[in-house]
Design a protein around this ligand. Structure first.
Ligand code: WTA
Length: 630
């Protein structure tokens, strides 16, 4: 691949990158996938441990509810831990963790396995069984990983709620998942302050009624309310003899659910995307190995939060499946200074850094000198995820952080895809701003409204035409919604919700969402959630939220508000509404702009015309408004 001449701004891999990469030449994979797609995936699956091998690699008898590795029995937590504990890796570091306050901890595979077994025993003592949902609401500390792996070990289904979400978001997710057990931290450190997670959880638990047991992990140590009979400290439970028993792993079938993760969609409430033990395991294992190029001695730092899919797949599961060492940092990037990240990369010798364009743009504004002070020579691979990376940020990342030695691996994927779907391998020629090609064997197209492929460099809808192992299995509690949302518009194909172009070299350039999802600093939010949070405020009659371009965040939220009769707009009210959104949804959803209006542009059927609002917010011509009601 390195020899082919491509058009445009192209960066070719260095001989050093090629010499070190796990995959020297992607055409090996392309050929194998072309000849025998199922065999191609079966080979990867065979690198992992199975209690029983599968009968069938892909079962499409009930598509779009595809199944993978049916008849097989495995357990992802077993593959992350027990498999390594049997080898020299038992003494290897599984995890290095640094708190925002400078505290640090390390855990060997042996220790992590032990802690996971103990935690799993505690869950069992609360009668958590295979298939039961457990909600986890914590900051970035080792216990979040322990809790996730403990659920997986006994076949329980974890539902991690991002610690940056707040009361209403947490309430909805607990209720929809019907969790009986909540695992929460007392608090988390962020920018030198304490986020009072337990207080937020207490408020949510007053609204949501299913939770019987709350396990509280002590992190910040401030006083928290403990409800007798419901709330228990983890460190006290962990001393009980029951924690100390052997913990037999649940031999889950490939299609047993591993987790649900709520994500925003086109309309209404967030939906619970469901992933399973078998296919998700194989998909995250392979992409971590070949795209992020993780090798045995590597320390990988994925800066995402475990509460999002990136954290699930590339902090926790992918790296542990590969037996690598995870690095996790609790706090804010610029705390106390904008060299915090670079200092930690130097201190811990991080080899792979996987982060989001918004973070890179954030660092860029502080200039090169903060990074230049540090020895970043341990870095080998730089990854990007979450939103399109603008070429300027790509080049800065490549030059200032990667010192022009490290390939930038721009990975496109989604909560629903579970694993990377478009990405360069490190040995491929790179074009800043393009994620390059789909995973070998996966056919993706850019099509028009009718489903016809558009011409090179023309914009259209991005669709996926081949099943892949970590694909979304269903929406928990609402399978029909999965069919309607993803598989109906283009029969036989998965609709991503993104627009894209494909250039003359076949490289894909993802442009952004075409639905009501807004990516703010790489975080996925839905206009519907923000709007319903606005309307829950006593002053608001109606609300419309849109995304507008923002230099650092990628998109920022712009909200149009109609106040209830006789109420007057004021700066105080704007501040109050912003606080209200932070309290209900989370600080990430705070709108950048709030504008009070008397009317919202709607179609005759009453749908808000966001396109018109967007044009107005950006001072542009709204174009064709013939469907506007008035
Ligand atoms: C966007 C995050 C361009 C895209 C893993 C997608 C990207 C949505 C990229 C999914 C990328 C993610 N280039 N856009 N490399 N990665 N996106 O579910 O719009 O939080 O549909 O998963 O993020 O967001 P989600």
């Amino acid at each position: 691949m390195g020899q082919i001449e491509l058009t445009g701004d192209v960066y070719y891999p260095s001989p050093e990158t090629i010499a070190n990469a796990n995959l020297k030449d992607r055409s090996e994979f392309d050929k194998r996938a072309e000849q025998d797609y199922e065999g191609f995936w079966a080979d990867f699956a065979n690198e992992l441990d199975w209690f029983q091998k599968w009968d069938k690699v892909i079962d499409d008898s009930e598509k779009p509810f595809y199944k993978w590795f049916t008849g097989g029995r495995t357990n992802i937590s077993y593959n992350c831990l027990d498999r390594h504990v049997k080898t020299y890796r038992r003494n290897k570091l599984a995890l290095i963790w640094e708190g925002e306050d400078g505290e640090h901890r390390t855990m060997s595979y042996f220790r992590l396995h032990n802690d996971v077994c103990r935690f799993a025993n505690l869950l069992k003592s609360m009668a958590v069984k295979k298939g039961d949902r457990v909600t986890i609401y914590m900051g970035r500390t080792p216990e979040i990983i322990i809790a996730m792996l403990a659920c997986a070990r006994i076949g329980a289904v974890h539902s991690v709620v991002y610690g940056g979400f707040s009361v209403e978001s947490l309430t909805e997710r607990i209720e929809d998942s019907q969790s009986r057990v909540l695992i929460v931290a007392d608090g988390a450190y962020q920018r030198g302050k304490i986020v009072k997670l337990k207080d937020i959880a207490d408020e949510a638990l007053q609204r949501a009624g299913t939770v019987e047991h709350v396990i509280v992990v002590k992190r910040t140590g401030q006083d928290v309310y403990m409800e007798p009979g419901r709330d228990m400290w983890y460190h006290e439970l962990n001393k009980l003899p029951i924690a100390n028993q052997p913990c037999v792993v649940e031999e889950t079938s490939s299609e047993d659910p591993l987790f649900i993760l709520y994500t925003s969609g086109t309309t209404g409430k967030p939906k619970a995307i469901l992933h399973t033990h078998g296919g998700y395991m194989v998909g995250t294992y392979v992409t971590t190995k070949y795209y992020l190029d993780v090798q045995d001695a590597d320390r990988i730092w994925c800066t995402a939060d475990p509460g999002w899919i990136t954290g699930h797949s590339y902090i926790v599961y992918g790296p542990l499946l590969n037996g690598a060492t995870i690095f996790m940092y609790e706090g804010a990037p610029y705390h106390p200074y904008p060299n915090r990240w670079w200092q930690m990369i130097e201190k811990y010798g991080i080899n792979i850094l996987y982060t989001a364009p918004t973070a890179i743009r954030g660092f860029m504004r502080f200039g090169d000198s903060w990074a230049n002070r540090h020895d970043l020579s341990s870095l080998r691979i730089l990854g990007s995820v979450g939103e399109p990376i603008n070429p300027e940020a790509w080049k800065w990342y490549h030059r200032v952080i990667g010192r022009e030695r490290c390939p930038v691996i721009d990975t496109w994927w989604q909560t629903e895809t579970g694993m990377h779907m478009i990405s360069p391998f490190p040995t491929m020629p790179l074009k800043p701003g393009s994620g390059s090609l789909p995973f070998p064997g996966v056919k993706m197209e850019v099509v028009d409204e009718q489903g016809n492929p558009v011409k090179a460099n023309e914009e259209g809808y991005l669709i996926i035409k081949t099943p892949w192992p970590a694909m979304v299995r269903t929406i928990f509690n609402d399978p029909q919604r999965m069919v309607d949302q993803y598989w109906t518009k283009y029969p036989g194909a998965y609709m991503t919700g993104d627009s894209a172009k494909i250039d003359e070299d076949g490289y894909i350039w993802v442009i952004g969402r075409v639905d009501d999802v807004i990516k703010v600093s790489g975080y996925r939010l839905g206009t519907a959630e923000i709007e319903s949070a606005f309307v829950s405020h006593h002053a608001v009659a109606e609300a419309a939220a849109i995304g507008v371009p923002h230099e650092i965040k990628g998109n920022a939220i712009y909200a149009y508000i109609i106040l209830k009769q006789n109420l007057q707009p004021s700066d105080e009210l704007i501040e109050e509404l912003r606080k209200h959104i932070a309290h209900e949804v989370g600080p990430i959803a705070k709108p950048e702009h709030i504008e009070f209006v008397d009317k919202l542009p709607k179609t005759r059927s009453g749908k808000i015309m966001r396109r018109v609002l967007k044009a107005q917010a950006m001072g542009e011509d709204p174009g064709n408004i013939s469907t506007l009601e008035e």
